[in-house]
Structures are given as structure tokens and as C-alpha cells.
Design a protein around this ligand. Structure first.
Ligand code: PEP
Ligand code: MG
Length: 556
């Protein structure tokens, strides 16, 4: 019998296939005493397993490229953490087996992380994944992870570790469904980068029986279990119509009546550029430079390394626009050399621009690398700061850009409600705004973006979030300046039309979403988008806002 479940759709498209669960068996090795004379051999086994797992993660990273690569490399570093290794060896010296010592050492480290606050949830999942891989290797059992299958399937998991999402083969993995994670979690961002339909925060996903036929709608977040023939035909027809509309949509972003809205790509580094170019991105609206810094959380990358990475990206868009965001460290992206270790609530602590203002040498190096990387190029370089709270922040950033001699537009991200409320005052210091709707939702609703249980409040259709977008866009218009969106909200085609109606001047998203958004925009006039935006803002919930906009745009 057909049943319908509802999670949060985070990556467009429809996938119909059988459920295959992720291999997540918790491998608890038995506690067994090892005689002292075998300790050295056990230490050698542990070291070899750690090295092999780190090498495997690096190799997966190389295969995956882009943002996924940086995440996998960070996991490889975790595996080789000298303090963890010293703890493993100490436990072996106290007569543990290699596998038990690894298991216990990681458990101790995990407890430290978990006690440090919920924001580290994503890191804990990464750490567990590394531990499971090392223990599986030591026990000689199959690696946890993506199931072995020659037939296409829908992958179901509690949460997907970056090591696994990076390896999802879009020709075999039709889509994925997870029990945890929110619309702006790391997994959701990676799913969009891969272009795989995905639904997250689905309660009870783990109980779907292996082999059950399900249909996943990554747009609406609906999962149809045992869909009827009629439902399958209906979903397939809708998906086919969508594909046809997509293949006929090319060129710049423009509404049906010719109002242009540049469609830009979100990237994590040079490896993401080919997909952006292929999707017809008119430039880059968000270059998350922190991925260059994740390789080594103890030191900043050298100026030369930064110049090379920036130059590669800038050269790819000779006449386009490239918006580089300076380092956004802290909270869910801590860096040892910047982020205080003992903050009670890191999402509200020294992160983003705040940590750069505390470490001006890091900002100076980054800006100087951008000056060098852009020399002699015709690209329109724009540089923006994350987590700008007020005019003083915006001024400090603009001053640093001027001192560095940067020939670029300077901008501020609107991620904190205070910045939206006082956008006009911020615009006295900078030339553009870019709405980071992921963090803006997190701070507006006091809802941690890593926590699945509060994903309802992370929904960018929330009317309060639309109000803040409208305030920012109106302020920019009044100042004759631009206001784009680079948060995940821009990748939802219906919402992209509403954002356009709210006065947003550009939309930046993962490359895979660009064709969907381009096709949606082309269907409606600016006046229709404005009516849809007004209807959405007149409601009291995300669900009503979505329905109201849909009703206006479908002429109901
Ligand atoms: C945002 O917060 O919306 C944003 C674009 O930045 P990030 O997702 O990297 O925090
Ligand atoms: Mg942000």
C-alpha cells in the first residue's frame, strides 16, 4: 500500500528506486588483553591501518575534487592526529589490541567534542566515520559506507559522512534520504554540488526496509513508499517535463519580460569551476575560501598557494563577476590558529569577520593574494566579508581592502539580523550586499543549522526570513547598490522567483541548481514574481508561504 512520508527536500529532482541502506554497523571490537611482547606488533598494525585509511580518504578526495576534497582531506588529517595516535599507543602499551585501542581512543576524543556543544555534531559524525574505517581495516571486515550494487538504488542513511557523499555515483545512486541533517547542513550542500535528488531530516528513514520501492521528490521533500503505478507515472511525467524545460533553457538569468537576474555559482575552489562553466554560470557569487584553509587547521596557507588558487578561478570567468568571500572560520568551521578553543557558544562567538579583525595579518595576506591574483585580468572582482554585524564591521573590512590596494568592489554578507535591519547604514561603507540565508535563518530563528530537529526553522520560506531579505533589497535599491543571495535559498527555483520579486539582484547557488532556477525565472514576469513575493510575505508559515507563491505563479 502506498504511504507518504515527509522530510525536507534539499536537492531537486525525482528518484524512483529500491532502498539500500548505508553500511553503518557499529564495529565494537571485543576487549582482549594482549601480552606485553606483542605490544610493538599491535602498534605497527594500528599505524599501518591509520596510514591506509588516511591514504584512502585522500584518494577519494582526489577523485571527488571541489568542496568534497577539502572535507575528505580534513578527515585524513583527523585520522593522523598525533595526539589521537599517542593515545592509541598508550592504550596498546596498557595491553589493548590495536582495534580496541583505536575504538577507545576515538571514543574519548568524541566525548570531548560532544561536550563542547551541539555545533560540533557534524565533526562528531566525521570522526565516527574515520574510526569505523580504521577499525574495519584492523578487523578485516568490509568498510562501512555506500553499498556494493550494480543496480541503481536510493541510498538511505542516518546521516551521510562527507567521505560517502563524495563517492556517490550519480549513475548508480538515484537519490538519497537521511534521517538527520537540515537544509543548510554540510551534507545538503554536497548533495546539491553532486546534483543528486535528496531529502534530509526524515524521521524513521532508518526503518524503511531494504529493497522497498520508494519515490523521492527532492523538491517537495516527499517520499512515496510503494508508490502506485499511477503515482510513478505522474512523478516521471513531471520529471520529464522538467528535464525538457531545462534542456531548452540556456543563457543568462532573465524573467519572461526581460528583467535580468545574473545566475552565479557557489564554489569551494578551482575544482568546482568546470561544473559552474558547464551549467552556464555568469560568474561566481560565492567563493568559500575557507576550503583552502581546511587542509591544515594549524597554519594559514601561504600567500603563493592562495594566489595560485584565486588566479585559477578568476581566469575561468574573463568577462564575468567573481565574488570572493574572505575566510569564514569558526563555529562549524573551526581553525586552530584562529578560533578560540573555549567558547561556550561558538556560533555566537569569534567567527567570520570577527576572527579576521582579531588576526589582521591573516586578512592582509588574503587580500594581498587577491591583489596579485587579479593583476592584468579583466574579470570583475568583488570581495565580501562574512558575518558583518554593523557599520563598524563594514568599515573595518572596507578599510582593510583599501589598505591592501585592492581594485575590487567591497561588500558585506547579510547573515546576522542586525545587518538586515540596518542595511542602509552598512551600505554607507560598502558597495554591495550578499544575503547568506543559511546563517541568516540560523540567527533569526535561534536554530542551529547542524541540528535536524530544528530544520523546520531553517526553512528559507519562513516569512520572517523573507521580511529580512526584503528589508536588505529595499535598502540596496534606495542606495543604488546591489543585493544578491548566495545562501541555499537561491537554489530553490520557486523561491528564486520570490527572491527576485523581493528585489534581489543576483542569485548564486551550487552549479547543479542553475538550470532549474534559470528555467523557473524564464516562465514569469517581474510583476508576477513581485505578486508571489507579496503573497508569501502575507502568510504566517513557511508552508503557507510556499503554497501562496505557488498559487500566484501557477495562476490559481
Ligand atoms: C550562508 O550562511 O548562507 C552562506 C552562504 O555561508 P555558509 O553557508 O558558507 O555559512
Ligand atoms: Mg554563512
Amino acid at each position: 500500500m502506498e504511504t507518504t512520508l515527509r522530510g525536507v527536500g534539499v536537492s531537486h529532482g525525482v528518484a524512483i528506486g529500491e532502498v539500500r541502506h548505508m553500511g553503518t554497523a557499529v564495529l565494537e571490537p571485543p576487549a582482549r588483553e594482549v601480552p606485553a611482547e606483542e605490544a610493538e606488533r599491535e602498534k605497527g598494525r594500528a599505524r599501518k591501518a591509520v596510514e591506509a585509511v588516511a591514504a584512502d580518504l585522500m584518494a577519494r578526495g582526489n577523485l571527488a575534487g571541489g568542496e568534497a576534497q577539502a572535507v575528505l582531506e580534513a578527515q585524513a588529517m583527523m585520522a593522523q592526529d598525533p595526539e589521537l595516535m599517542a593515545d592509541v599507543e598508550r592504550r596498546i602499551a596498557e595491553s589493548s589490541t590495536a582495534e580496541r585501542a583505536v575504538y577507545d581512543a576515538f571514543a574519548a576524543y568524541r566525548e570531548l567534542l560532544a561536550a563542547a556543544g551541539e555545533y560540533l555534531a557534524g565533526r562528531v559524525a566525521d570522526l565516527d566515520d574515520v574510526r569505523n574505517r580504521i577499525v574495519a581495516r584492523l578487523l578485516g571486515v568490509p568498510m562501512p559506507g555506500v553499498p556494493d550494487s550494480d543496480e541503481p538504488y536510493v541510498l538511505v542513511a542516518r546521516d551521510l559522512a562527507p567521505a560517502d557523499t563524495a563517492l556517490l555515483d550519480p549513475t548508480l545512486v538515484l537519490g538519497f534520504v537521511t534521517e538527520e541533517g537540515g537544509p543548510t547542513s554540510h551534507s545538503a550542500i554536497l548533495a546539491r554540488a553532486l546534483g543528486v535528488p535528496a531529502v534530509v531530516a526524515l524521521p524513521g528513514a532508518g526503518e524503511l526496509a531494504e529493497g522497498t520501492l520508494i519515490a523521492v521528490d527532492g523538491g517537495t521533500g516527499e517520499i512515496f513508499v510503494n508508490p502506485s503505478e499511477e503515482k510513478k507515472a505522474q512523478l516521471e511525467a513531471a520529471a520529464a517535463a522538467r528535464r525538457a524545460a531545462l534542456s531548452s533553457s540556456t543563457g543568462p538569468g532573465v524573467t519572461a519580460d526581460g528583467h535580468t537576474v545574473p545566475l552565479l555559482a557557489n564554489i569551494g575552489g578551482p575544482a568546482d569551476v568546470p561544473a559552474a562553466v558547464e551549467a552556464g554560470a555568469e560568474g561566481v557569487g560565492l567563493f568559500r575560501t575557507e576550503f583552502l584553509f581546511l587542509d591544515d587547521s594549524k597554519n594559514a596557507p601561504s600567500e603563493e598557494k592562495q594566489v595560485a588558487a584565486y588566479r585559477q578561478v578568476l581566469e575561468a570567468f574573463p568577462e564575468g563577476r567573481v565574488v570572493v568571500r574572505v575566510l569564514d572560520a569558526g563555529a562549524d568551521k573551526p581553525l586552530d590558529f584562529l578560533t578560540p578553543a573555549d567558547e561556550p557558544n561558538p556560533a555566537l562567538g569569534v567567527r567570520g569577520l570577527r576572527s579576521l579583525l582579531d588576526h589582521p595579518e591573516v586578512l592582509r595576506t588574503q587580500l594581498s593574494a587577491l591583489v596579485k591574483a587579479s593583476e592584468g585580468l579583466s574579470v570583475h572582482l568583488e570581495v565580501m566579508a562574512p558575518m558583518v554585524a554593523d557599520r563598524a564591521d563594514a568599515k573595518a573590512f572596507a578599510d582593510a581592502c583599501r589598505e591592501a590596494g585592492l581594485h575590487a568592489k567591497f561588500g558585506a554578507m547579510v547573515e546576522i539580523p542586525s545587518a538586515a535591519l540596518r542595511a542602509r547604514s552598512i551600505l554607507q561603507e560598502v558597495e554591495f550586499l550578499s544575503l547568506g540565508t543559511n546563517d541568516l535563518a540560523q540567527y533569526t530563528f535561534a536554530a542551529d543549522r547542524q541540528v535536524g530537529a530544528v530544520s523546520r526553522l531553517q526553512d528559507p520560506w519562513q516569512p520572517a526570513l523573507l521580511d529580512l531579505v526584503a528589508l536588505s533589497a529595499e535598502a540596496a535599491k534606495a542606495e543604488g547598490k546591489s543585493c544578491g543571495v548566495c545562501g541555499e535559498a537561491a537554489s530553490d527555483p520557486l523561491l528564486a522567483s520570490v527572491l527576485t520579486g523581493l528585489g534581489v539582484t543576483s542569485l548564486s547557488m551550487g552549479a547543479a541548481s542553475i538550470p532549474y532556477v534559470r528555467a523557473a525565472l524564464a516562465k514569469f514576469t517581474l510583476a508576477q514574481c513581485e505578486r508571489a513575493a507579496a503573497a508569501a510575505r502575507a502568510t504566517d508559515s513557511a508552508e503557507e508561504a510556499r503554497r501562496a507563491a505557488q498559487a500566484v505563479l501557477s495562476g490559481e
